[in-house]
Ligand binder design. Structure first.
Ligand code: GAR
Length: 191
């Protein structure tokens, strides 16, 4: 069996992409284990789910203190867990250049648009407003600039004439759940 990479998921909320990463890690030919789920939101539902699965969790709140101090705690937890690669999954906070530099080439993110289109927020509403007939999601390497690093995987879904941002988001999310584990396994296999 190929050696498995120790992966941490960083999230801020629900954690459905984290759940799909965990599920896929249980396949015999998976290239990674999820060894830590960490969050900037102590109340994130994703943390509760992960803890229920017996996965180590960590939360640090950034409120009322320097970003470097907050990120330092996250970094220490990652290193203590022997993490080799970070998968952002609905982590809704921009990482500092210093943090990105410390983990250069070892942070992936999933973003709900066909990058380079629609970096940032409200991706589905913007796709609908633009009259796009195809939407999707991207997995990319994280660099200092928001949603800007090299894309390593994409998936497409159709935009329906009666879509709202919510119905399109739900369709994209299903596609995300297949994309992220496949992109992560592919990235690790290619290394
Ligand atoms: C996902 O749609 C993900 O692509 C998006 O947040 C959602 C998280 O859902 N990420 C971003 O918008 C990052 N800028 P989840 O918590 O259920 O995985």
């Amino acid at each position: 069996m190929a050696e498995r990479t120790r992966v941490a998921v960083l999230l801020s909320g629900r954690g459905s992409n984290m759940q799909s990463l965990v599920a896929a890690s249980r396949a015999p030919d998976a290239r990674y284990d999820i060894v830590l789920v960490a969050s900037d939101k102590p109340e994130a539902p994703g943390l509760t789910w992960a803890a229920g699965q017996g996965i180590a969790t960590f939360a640090a709140s950034p409120k009322g203190r320097p970003k470097a101090e907050f990120e330092g705690e996250i970094d220490a937890a990652l290193r203590a867990a022997g993490v080799e690669l970070i998968a952002l999954a609905g982590y809704m906070r921009l990482l500092s250049p210093a943090f990105v530099a410390a983990w250069a080439g070892r942070i992936l993110n999933i973003h709900p648009s066909l990058l380079p289109k629609y970096k940032g927020l409200d991706t589905h509403a913007r796709a609908i407003a633009a009259g796009d007939t195809v939407a999707g999601a991207s997995v990319h390497l994280v660099t200092e600039a928001l949603d800007d690093g090299p894309v390593i995987g994409q998936t497409q879904v159709p935009v329906m004439a009666d879509d709202t941002a919510d119905t399109l988001a739900a369709r994209v999310l299903v596609a995300e759940h297949a994309l992220y584990p496949a992109a992560l396994n592919g990235f690790l296999s290619a290394r």
